[in-house]
Write a protein that binds this ligand. Structure first.
Ligand code: FAD
Length: 472
């Protein structure tokens, strides 16, 4: 894209990085009527698959920004996934009990997710400035001045009231602000390949984590007869060839997959796990969102999903500050809510990756036996599916339904956009501020105000934002 003649010089929100986190934020702001500019250093939208698993909680927000439907049409929708050893299923984790309109794992390559996000942004009149790289960021009252290099190599400056660093794990924004990214790089390496595959059994449309004596292998159907294969490998291993992938399936794969044939290698790579969380997610007018703020093992399919939820949390707050006169202190809650969540996530994915990559034969056998036994314990698979699906993530002290900080099932409030909702046992109060979507429900004992990210607002929060008394 030649950006010369239309290059913006100022904006309310500069979004650096058009990955899933940046685009979710961009669409949300655009939908809410907040001016934003999105830049990405890559000249084209990416074509790699990376994140293949979209969790129910993400779909709930993607529905509010009108992206979920098209993605669901394009993806594979297993009702959960299986832990197995090469000869038997150990543990089936079903999403059937997940209290969501989307009780399934959506499997869709990340490049396709990004196409859907780009398309929605374009529908809203937005366009990403591609081939534009952030070089520097300095304070410039009342916001920041971002120096960028455009696709022709020219230096330009964009003045922005707020800046969102959605620029991935090697974030330039984080670097320019001097925000720490402490953590560790465990000695874990994974190989990933997408292949064409003949012979995936029709009655097994689900992801399998096979815990074999030779290491872990994740096999997952992707749309259009493609298959994702992920394997734990020794540090220093090269990206797998087609033959390597076939060998991995033969040596580690579940019995029911070993009759199939890898017919084509589509992509292949290796990656080292890093486990890091930024020391702060907000510094003044600048925010870190997605992988720029946290990175961890991809085991469990959580990273992109977490970035989408970061964006969901931040977008409505920026909107309130920019357009509804909310105090800037509202923006502090972005760090307060999302950073602890990222820290817990890293512990969770670390546990999964550690369990999946155990090396001692006795330990592995014990792990597999325990998993098989756990599958018989009532409530265990349900609790795990709640965790993987991200459905229970909230920011309050209580998990009681409709307590402040808990998430509300979007079907309970007809949540199809970024409006605030009010659940009421009776008629809506006469002093209800405009813009609330009201649902009468006998399930709630009192008024419950729900934020545009699906979280129950506390009474104080509502009072501060709207000057009225709603909720607990
Ligand atoms: C093999 C693999 C499998 C994975 N599987 C899953 C999964 O199943 N589910 C899941 O939830 N997650 C998964 N993840 C993680 C997921 O891919 C990431 O968490 C996700 O891409 C992060 O999104 P993001 O928008 O934060 O950053 P990114 O996708 O990294 O996007 C950052 C963008 O910023 C741009 N950028 C960088 N620097 C600059 C700059 N200076 N100026 C302008 N632009 C810049 C980049 O070009 C890029 O487009 C997987 C990751 C890997 C490696």
């Amino acid at each position: 894209m030649n950006t010369k003649h239309e290059f913006p010089t100022s904006t309310d929100v500069l979004i650096v990085g058009a990955g899933p986190a940046g685009m979710t934020l961009a669409i949300s702001l655009q939908q809410l009527g907040v001016d934003c500019v999105v830049i990405d250093r890559a000249p084209e939208a990416p074509d790699d698959t990376r994140a293949a698993f979209v969790q129910p909680r993400s779909l709930e927000y993607l529905r509010r920004i009108q992206v979920a439907g098209a993605m669901i049409d394009d993806g594979v929708k297993p009702r959960g996934f299986a832990f197995a050893d090469p000869e038997r299923d150990l543990f089936r984790l079903s999403y059937d009990s997940v209290d969501s309109p989307y009780p399934f794992l959506l499997i869709i390559p990340q490049w396709q997710t990004q196409r859907h996000l780009d398309q929605r942004f374009a529908e809203l009149g937005g366009s990403v400035l591609r081939g534009v790289r952030l070089l520097d960021l300095v304070p410039e009252f009342p916001g920041s001045a971002a120096t960028v290099v455009d696709s022709d190599g020219a230096l330009r400056v964009i003045n922005a009231r707020f800046v969102a660093g959605c620029d991935g794990v090697h974030s330039r924004v984080r670097d320019r602000l001097g925000i720490g990214f402490p953590g560790s790089s465990p000695q874990q390496m994974f190989a990933v390949a997408d292949v064409r595959f003949d012979g995936w059994p029709a009655d097994r449309v689900e992801t399998a984590f096979t815990l074999s004596p030779h290491g872990m292998l994740i096999t997952s159907p992707l749309p259009k007869d493609m298959v994702r294969v992920v394997a734990s490998v020794a540090p220093g291993t090269q990206a797998p060839t087609q033959q390597d992938v076939a060998d991995l399936i033969q040596t580690r794969g579940p019995r029911w997959l070993r009759n199939g044939t890898v017919t084509k290698l589509l992509s292949s790579a290796t990656w080292h796990v890093q486990e890091r969380v930024a020391t702060q997610f907000r510094q003044g007018n600048t925010f870190l969102v997605g992988d720029a703020a946290h990175t961890h093992s991809p085991a469990g399919g959580q990273g992109m999903n977490t970035g989408i939820q970061d964006a969901a949390n931040l977008a409505w707050k920026l909107h309130h500050v920019m357009r509804a006169g909310a105090p800037e202190s509202l923006l502090d809650s972005y760090d307060a809510e999302r950073r602890p969540n990222a820290q817990q996530l890293i512990e969770f994915t670390h546990q999964i990756a550690t369990l999946a990559t155990l090396t001692g034969q006795k330990q592995r056998q014990m792990r597999n036996d325990i998993l098989a036994a756990l599958s018989q314990v009532p409530g265990v698979t349900e609790a795990l599916s709640v965790r993987f699906s991200q459905i229970a993530i909230g920011y309050g002290d209580s998990n009681e339904p409709f307590a402040p900080g808990t998430r509300v099932n979007p079907d309970a409030i007809g949540a199809d956009d970024l409006a605030w909702s009010l659940l009421t046992p009776d008629a809506a109060p006469p002093d209800l501020p405009p813009g609330f979507k009201v649902t009468v429900s006998k399930e709630v004992p009192h008024l419950v105000a729900v934020r545009p990210d699906g979280i129950v607002a506390g009474a104080e929060e509502v009072h501060e934002l709207f000057g009225c008394n709603l909720g607990q």
